[in-house]
Structures are given as structure tokens and as C-alpha cells.
Design a protein around this ligand. Structure first.
Ligand SMILES: Cc1cc2nc3c(=O)[nH]c(=O)nc-3n(C[C@H](O)[C@H](O)[C@H](O)COP(=O)(O)O)c2cc1C
Length: 326
């Protein structure tokens, strides 16, 4: 059975990638992931926000320090320190596993951090995933203001590295299909659809805000599935599906919709690392049943242009079902 696929110009032995999380920040884990059959890993993101927070906490510890020169020194030191550790980890990963290592940066601006991507390239990463998300919550900013950030980041990153670049996105765009297609024209190599975010919940007993579930459920696959099916014929880059893929069935659905790869995270936290080999053997079992010898034989078979009634992918109301339920 041939499970090979390509993603971001990389040749992968199968479509199953371990997505960015604390799980991929441990050498012990990533060695296990490779043994269990994962085809690539995305390292835990280096957070632009995290770096800033660290800078601020160091500065506030020394409240008498009001000299901007000293601030600059602290800023440079803390940035280097965080980034240094990250770069060392990339090299360590590359020395210890043979599958591709994708670095990840969580970014919200097209500022000087983009030059770090050159260091990531030098450290040996095979690709970079840019986890870009700015919540469009400012009523004084219009869609164009928000969208520009994404294009600026890509443009700046491209100035510093030749590595393949993927962007991990949210669905918070008013013209989602248009935006993602335009991004695919910037020369990026892939989009990851979609990220899953921290969402605040309300504790009705304490009357305060608490985080909602950190982990996804299998039911969360449908948003991404619809958009992978709609976009896979339209965009000019690879699509990696993410969110709610917990088993072989979820992975197969996303490949049928047109994804080049699938990324998993919550299912590993919930069910253990063995899930990787279970998903791979479920894909193989299904391919045998259907007489498919390679992923390419069925990838995209259920994308918007290939299905008989593409209108079902645009349907959003449960008309028929609501009508029958009083
Ligand atoms: C504990 C945890 C940490 C995560 N950290 C990151 C991160 O650093 N960068 C990132 O892009 N996504 C991060 N994610 C999001 C996952 O990569 C993934 O996109 C999300 O969990 C949806 O996939 P899933 O349904 O398979 O869990 C994290 C998720 C979890 C649960």
C-alpha cells in the first residue's frame, strides 16, 4: 500500500503529521512519533506574544531601571535566549529523527521578528509554519486592515528565508475563499485549515471567565472539512487539514476532500501516542476495502468540483430537518 504524499515540496511517507503543541517540544516524544509512523512533526510555536511577555516581566522585576539603553539590552537578551533555545531544539530534532521537522512561529505582526526565519533555516528546519491570528475584534479596523497583516508577514518572511512556508489560519475572514486563494498566490507553499483557539467561557458560579476545553472533539472536524472540500480545487498551494481529526475516518474524509496532509493533536493527548499507528492502519484497511493502491487515487474525490451536487457544500441551513421537527 502506497501512502506517500507530498507537502510543501517535501516527500512524506504518509499524510499524517503531528501538529504543533507541547507534545512536539520533547525529543523523547518526537522519536516515538517517528517510530509509530508519523511522517513529519510541527514543533511547538515560538510565540511572538510569549517573547514580549517575557521581556515585560524582566523589565518589571527591575522597576528602578528607567534607562532605555538597559531596556534594549534586556530586550535583546531575552529575545536571543528564547530564540536560541528554539533553534537548538530544531538542530537536536534534526539530529535525532529522519522525518521532516517543521518549525512554527505564532505571529501577529510583520515586524523585525521575521529575520529570525533565516536562523530557523540555518538551524536545519525543513519548513516553517506561520501561525498567524489576529482576532478581528477592533470595531475601528475594517477587514482590509486585518487582512493586510497576513500579506505583510508573508512578504517579510520571504525576504529572509527560502524555506517552504505554510500558514496556519483561522476562518475569521469575511471573504474566506477569496482571502485564502489570494494568500495562495503570494508564493506560500501551503495553508493549514484551521487552527483551534483558546476560547473564553463563563463560570456561572464564580461569575468569572474560565478557559473552554483545550482539546477538540471529533465533531469539530466539519468546519474544516467543508472548507478543505471547497478550497482544494481553488487554491494554488497544498492544504493540510487540522482540527477534529481523531481517527482514521476523519483522516480519510479530509483526504477525500482534497487535503495533502492531515494534522493531529488532541487525539494524542486524549488517547495516547498509539493513535498514530491506529490511524495509519485504519487508512490502509479502508484503502484495501476500496481497492485503492495509493493516496493519489482517491485524494480530492469528494472535493467541491468532483462531487455531483456541489451545492451541498454551500448549504448552511438545516431546512429539511427543521421543517420536520416541531
Ligand atoms: C496543548 C496545546 C498546545 C498547542 N500549541 C500550539 C502551538 O504552539 N502552535 C500552534 O500553531 N497550535 C497549537 N495548538 C493547536 C494544535 O496544533 C491544533 O491546531 C489544534 O489543537 C486542533 O487540532 P486537533 O483537533 O487535532 O487538536 C495547540 C493545541 C493544544 C491542545
Amino acid at each position: 500500500m502506497n501512502l506517500e504524499t507530498t507537502y510543501l515540496g517535501l516527500k512524506l511517507k504518509n499524510p499524517l503529521i503531528i501538529s504543533s503543541s507541547g507534545l512536539t517540544r520533547s525529543l523523547e516524544n518526537i522519536i516515538k512519533f517517528e517510530k509509530l509512523g508519523a511522517s513529519a512533526i510541527v514543533i511547538k510555536s515560538l510565540f511572538e506574544e510569549q517573547i514580549k511577555q517575557k521581556i515585560n516581566s524582566v523589565i518589571s522585576l527591575d522597576s528602578e531601571n528607567t534607562y532605555s539603553q538597559a531596556d534594549d539590552y534586556i530586550r535583546a537578551y531575552t529575545e536571543d535566549h528564547e530564540v536560541g533555545e528554539y533553534l537548538e531544539y530544531i538542530s537536536l530534532a534534526k539530529r535525532n529523527i529522519n522525518i521532516p521537522v517543521i518549525a512554527s512561529i505564532n505571529c501577529i505582526s510583520a515586524t523585525e521578528w521575521t529575520s529570525f526565519t533565516k536562523k530557523i533555516e540555518d538551524a536545519g528546519a525543513d519548513a516553517i509554519e506561520l501561525n498567524i491570528f489576529v482576532l478581528p475584534s477592533d470595531p475601528d479596523k475594517n477587514a482590509e486592515n486585518y487582512e493586510k497583516i497576513y500579506f505583510d508577514i508573508v512578504e517579510n518572511v520571504r525576504k529572509h528565508t527560502k524555506l517552504p512556508v505554510a500558514i496556519k489560519l483561522s476562518w475569521y475572514f469575511s471573504g474566506l475563499a477569496n482571502m485564502i486563494r489570494k494568500l495562495s498566490w503570494t508564493g506560500i507553499n501551503g495553508v493549514v485549515l484551521f487552527n483551534r483557539f483558546y476560547s473564553p467561557d463563563i463560570n456561572i458560579h464564580q461569575l468569572d471567565i474560565k478557559p473552554s476545553d483545550i482539546y477538540s472533539t471529533p465533531d469539530e472536524i466539519y468546519n474544516s472539512l467543508r472548507w478543505v472540500a471547497i478550497l482544494s480545487d481553488i487554491v494554488e498551494c497544498d492544504i493540510s487539514a487540522s482540527t477534529g481529526i481523531h481517527d482514521g475516518e476523519g483522516a480519510i474524509k479530509q483526504l477525500l476532500a482534497g487535503a495533502k496532509t492531515v494534522q493531529i493533536c488532541s487525539t494524542l493527548y486524549k488517547h495516547g501516542f498509539q493513535r498514530i499507528s491506529e490511524i495509519l492502519s485504519d487508512i490502509e484497511k479502508w484503502m484495501k476495502e476500496k481497492n485503492y493502491n495509493s493516496i493519489d487515487e482517491f485524494r480530492g474525490k469528494m472535493s467541491m468540483r468532483k462531487i455531483q451536487n456541489p451545492a451541498v457544500l454551500n448549504r448552511v441551513q438545516f431546512m429539511k430537518h427543521y421543517a420536520g421537527i416541531e
